[in-house]
Design a binder for this molecule. Structure first.
Ligand code: MOS
Length: 742
């Protein structure tokens, strides 16, 4: 977008569908088991089933591999190893503009670069036969010593490559001098562990070839990236690859890339001339797919005694697979969050022999806010100032590093409304001030911020002679509600009942979109849809002999100048089609765009055991226009619940000897369950942002997690006076800080 969005039919909302908390249109299909996920799809002939065998070392070489017994096992059709795998393009290139489209060869050589790297793919008549046979493969390894610990590798950290908002370093003013001179300082280091995505639906793929083209049903957030990854790896044109992901049981960034399951199913299917279906087990998901890197974050805040920030420093270290180049941009949000004349941010990367670290819900902010928002709490405590007041005092008028205005920024309003609703005035400033029997009760708060993005997307719409509107996009619905909010947009634009809209998503044969990721999905694909509907409206009006500028679309009719004509009759037997498109432009450069919010948490800490229970949580958000209050609320509530996990329980524990995640299942990697989730509420303040996109919306998917865990951690400090800077806040760490009762 190059200009602010003008007034449009979405603003008018004649039908009232925009913002309406309607149920998911795919909800019934999902709860009745009729929405087929990748592993459940039946398409083509009866498939053979693949099972992926993982390396049981983290670094070294396969010295020998004997698949004879597996090949002779019941039902086995094929055992693919590096000795007989088809030739593929080499990994990379590392500097590809879309890293998820890079070539990712499987079983290409005898090199092992991380624990869980596929070493064989067994295909049999059933999944169980393939899995049983995989146990008969004997692999001898030449093991090499690897490096697996971020903290041990800090001395070897390098500056990663990145541009724009992902540039590793920024400097404004003279940070060192200002920090040295500051009368009040916080100088602390926070650490966050590896997080995993824990999607409900495991990664799964069904591949078959037809007329030289491979059709792949898999669980992917970004269909074009998946398509290009398969094409690049197999060295075939992208037009020979079709990716279908109609229903996806959670993505969270873990389905931005595709993995061995998809590529091996495609290769085995070509070789066997038969559909091949496979899925990762829950345990395999930990190593075969990506995770969120651990971080070490050094926060230096300098302020006047009145709480005016004069120095803001945030340095972050994260790890990357040795052969990859992703880094966690944990200090990025600190560039725009608060005012302060002297600033410094740094990102450094440590190469480790671990699986690939990549995006996990709100990459950057999710863990960055766990550090910076607790450091702000520490500063407020040192100053003897209310944490909300400290943040209000440092509210910037312009982006403090770029000196450009914000598109909209209602952080202060979110904090004030949240404080009012939560009863923040009852908080005791001194830790330990509130008791409930043996429970020490405390309240904490933190800001929420998540960058807003717009990505190129296209859309095709068609109105047929029966008055049904069909929209097609390669966009995905990863559980966020894409089908629903896009149906609301299309129905509102054309003045049709929502039942008259057929929303077709999740097929790479449909017009190219940015897909789901980075909270840009609704804005990007939604704006392409908006544009297509705008074009269709103009065509329909002109065909009816009406002035498009005057035409009003409602109840399946278009009206102007006292004349009304049904859309179905205009479309006629041939139907009427239109294309739509959105591209990012000047608005992203001229205005700093983020969604904002404020989290409030109340926790109780058992004074004897250190057990922490979250009692209440409230999030107040301002994220542009809300398309559907129910699906948007679900998004931020899910993020807040994840924040509880980040604060209290989630940690993939690395075995420093063998380089694997010890607790690689959901019994040992603890995500919050119902009993951990208290009374939780999310509220959206009214906001419309005409600088973001024609819909005037902002991304919400990753907003709820950003800052949520920090509010919980700050509440723990307020409850019991123990400041833990090493996440998660488990009870052993609480106990170590609690005063021993006499
Ligand atoms: Mo998101 S972590 O970019 O799917």
């Amino acid at each position: 977008m190059n200009q602010p969005a003008p007034a449009n039919p979405i603003d008018q909302n004649l039908t009232g569908l925009i913002g309406k908390p309607i149920d998911r249109i795919d909800g019934r299909l999902k709860v009745t088991g009729q929405a087929p996920y990748a592993y459940e799809v039946q398409d083509g002939a009866r498939p053979a089933y693949g099972y992926l065998l993982e390396a049981s070392i983290a670094k070294g070489r396969i010295a020998s591999i004997d698949a004879g017994a597996a090949e002779r096992a019941p039902g086995v059709i094929l055992v693919m190893t590096h000795r007989n795998a088809p030739k593929q393009a080499p990994f990379g290139p590392l500097d590809a503009p879309d890293r998820f489209a890079r070539s990712k060869p499987q079983l290409a050589d005898n090199l092992i670069q991380y624990y869980g790297e596929p070493v064989a793919f067994v295909v049999a008549e059933t999944f169980e036969q393939a899995r049983a046979a995989s146990r008969l493969i004997s692999v001898a390894y030449a093991v090499e010593k690897g490096e697996y610990e971020l903290k041990a590798g800090l001395a070897k950290a390098v500056t990663p490559k990145g541009e724009g908002d992902r540039s590793p370093d920024t400097d404004v003013g003279n940070f060192d001098q200002a920090f040295a001179d500051a009368p009040v300082k916080v100088d602390v280091t926070y650490t966050t562990p590896v997080h995993i995505h824990a999607q409900m639906e495991p990664h799964a793929s069904l591949a078959y070839w037809k007329d030289g083209r491979v059709h792949i049903h898999c669980s992917s957030q970004l269909l074009e990236s998946a398509q290009k990854c398969v094409a690049n790896t197999l060295q075939i044109p992208a037009s020979k690859v079709r990716i279908v992901s109609r229903y996806i049981g959670g993505g969270f960034g873990g389905k931005l890339p595709i993995y061995g399951d998809t590529l091996l199913a495609a290769m085995a299917s070509r070789q066997l001339n038969r559909p091949v279906k496979t899925a990762l087990t829950r345990q395999q998901m930990f190593h075969v797919t990506t995770h969120r890197s651990g971080t070490v974050q050094h926060l230096q805040l300098g302020a006047t005694r009145d709480g005016v920030l004069t120095a803001v420093g945030h340095e972050s270290w994260s790890h990357s697979a040795r052969f990859d180049n992703f880094f966690e941009s944990a200090a990025s949000q600190t560039r725009s969050l608060y005012a302060g004349a002297n600033r410094k941010t740094r990102h450094r990367s440590v190469a480790l022999d671990l699986p690939v670290a990549d995006s996990t819900r709100a990459p950057g902010e999710a863990v960055g806010m766990l550090a910076v928002e607790c450091a702000m709490d520490e500063l407020a405590y040192k100053l003897g100032m209310d944490p909300v007041e400290l943040r209000i005092r440092n509210e910037p008028a312009l982006h403090p590093e770029k000196n450009i205005p914000y598109s909209t920024r209602h952080l202060v309003a979110c904090m004030q409304e949240g404080a009012r609703r939560f009863g923040w005035s009852k908080r005791q400033a001194t830790p330990g001030g509130m008791r409930d029997g043996r429970w020490l009760v405390g309240m904490g708060m933190a800001a929420a911020i998540r960058g807003n993005l717009l990505r190129p997307s296209k859309c095709h719409v068609r109105l047929d002679g029966s008055g049904m509107l069909t929209a097609k996009m390669s966009m995905t619905d990863i559980g966020t509600g894409s089908y629903t909010v896009f149906s609301q947009i299309a129905a509102e634009m054309l003045g049709l009942p929502i039942e008259r809209v057929i929303m077709q998503l999740g097929d790479s044969d449909f017009p190219e979109t940015a897909g789901s990721g980075g909270s840009f999905g609704a804005a990007s694909a939604g704006s392409a849809l908006f544009d297509a509907c705008t074009n269709l409206r103009a065509k329909l009006a002109r065909a009816a002999g009406l002035d498009p500028a005057q035409a009003v679309f409602s109840n399946g009719q278009v009206s102007a100048g006292g004349k009304s004509i049904s859309l179905a009759s205009i479309a006629g037997a041939l139907g009427m089609e239109a294309e739509g498109e959105i591209k990012p432009g000047e608005m992203e450069k001229k205005f700093s765009q983020q969604a904002y919010g404020a989290h409030f948490a109340e926790v109780a800490v058992d004074m004897d055991s250190g057990e922490i229970r979250v009692r209440r949580m409230l999030g107040v958000f301002a994220a542009g226009r809300i398309l559907n209050m129910k699906t948007a609320t679900s998004q931020v509530l899910g993020g807040m619940i994840w924040g509880i996990g980040n604060a209290l329980t989630e940690e993939a524990v690395i075995d420093p000897r063998f380089g694997f995640f010890v607790n690689h299942d959901l019994a040992e990697y603890h995500v919050p369950v119902h009993a951990d989730v208290p009374a939780i509420e999310a509220v959206f303040l009214p906001e419309v942002d005409d600088k973001t996109n024609p819909l005037k919306i902002k991304g919400v998917g990753e907003l709820g997690i950003s800052g949520a865990g920090a509010a919980v951690a700050n509440a723990v400090f307020n409850a019991c006076g123990v400041r833990i800077r090493d996440y998660p806040l488990t009870l052993d760490k609480v106990l170590a800080g609690l005063p021993i009762a006499a």
